[in-house]
Design a binder for this molecule. Structure first.
Ligand SMILES: Nc1ncnc2c1ncn2[C@@H]1O[C@H](COP(=O)(O)OP(=O)(O)OP(=O)(O)O)[C@@H](O)[C@H]1O
Ligand SMILES: [Mg+2]
Length: 281
């Protein structure tokens, strides 16, 4: 990936999502951000599990606001960004705001407008979504250039990942997915991926791209508990290889890339679905 320079190459946008919750999305998002920073990229991480703070809690940081203030028109996005000491910026999703759990099309529009403006300063935008197939999740994933789905070998996680991929492909025209399996060794990771792929190949019009796995490890739990990064050990090695794979994947030309797409696509979606009026096109 090249730097997003003054020629205004649009930033790459990756949404990280899952069918079932608690599978490691936020952990991976943060470590992906760190890895990208170490490769020299300017990174923005959006905590898109709105109303349920994830990223700021895991990093042990707090700021002056969140998406809530942005949506209320009280702050611009740049005013509520937090610069994490790990070298990337975080847009907090806020905590305890039930009203953010299902954005209206107008709110989606405001957020996209602000994101589009802010994204000019970055090479990579990561969107850590909530779990499941709620409208916010579908909106954020469909608005990104690339989608990364995280799952564990747990049958419910596998089934829910399939459900998410199915809904995204059939309702939001997302057909390419990177897949990351957590809490497995290399063998079980491949096996889990093949299980998912065998069903998806049979019933869905999708391309799945296995990017790697990470074993279950006390080191991960310890890192999360102490609000620290995972930096050493076997789990780290697997994590690092997986993140490297994600970052080395080519950009997705079929989705035109970056927030230009992010913006236009989202706008089209909102307008056609709810016939929103008064939105500048
Ligand atoms: N490989 C692993 N080994 C051990 N524990 C893990 C591993 N991956 C994740 N965990 C644990 O799982 C928990 C959930 O991780 P995380 O918050 O990143 O998941 P999430 O998918 O973002 O959850 P949510 O759906 O609630 O947003 C963490 O507390 C972490 O300790
Ligand atoms: Mg999370």
């Amino acid at each position: 990936m090249t730097k997003n320079d003054e020629d205004n190459i649009s930033p790459r946008v990756i949404a990280i999502s899952s069918g079932k919750g608690g599978v490691g999305k936020t952990f991976f998002s943060i470590h992906l951000a760190v890895k990208a920073v170490r490769q020299g990229l300017r990174v923005l991480l959006l905590d898109a599990d709105l109303g349920m703070a994830n990223v700021d809690v895991m990093l042990g940081i707090s700021g002056r606001g969140s998406v809530k203030q942005v949506l209320a028109g009280r702050s611009s996005l740049s005013e509520v960004l937090i610069h994490a000491k790990q070298g990337f910026d975080v847009l907090p999703g806020g905590s305890g705001f039930a009203e953010l759990s299902a954005l209206s099309s107008n709110q989606q529009q405001i957020l996209m407008d602000e994101m589009r403006e802010a994204a000019k300063d970055y090479d990579l935008v990561l969107i850590d979504t909530a779990a499941g197939i709620g409208d916010n999740v579908l909106f954020f994933v469909a608005s990104a250039e690339s989608s990364l789905v995280v799952l564990t070998p747990d049958p419910t996680s596998l089934t829910d990942a399939y459900a998410l991929i199915k809904v995204l492909s059939q309702q939001r025209d997302v057909h390419r997915f990177m897949v990351l399996v957590n809490q497995v060794d290399a063998f079980e990771g491949e096996l889990t991926f093949r299980r998912l792929m065998s069903v998806a190949d049979r019933y869905l019009d999708v391309q799945l791209d296995y990017v790697g796995c990470m074993p279950s490890s006390k080191d991960v739990q310890r890192a999360v508990q102490h609000q620290q990064l995972l930096e050493h050990g076997e789990a780290y090695k697997a994590l690092d290889a997986t993140l490297k794979t994600v970052l080395s994947r080519p950009r997705d030309d079929s989705r035109q890339g970056g927030l230009q797409f992010f913006w236009e696509h989202s706008l089209g979606q909102s307008l056609s679905e709810e016939q929103t009026v008064g939105v500048p096109v």
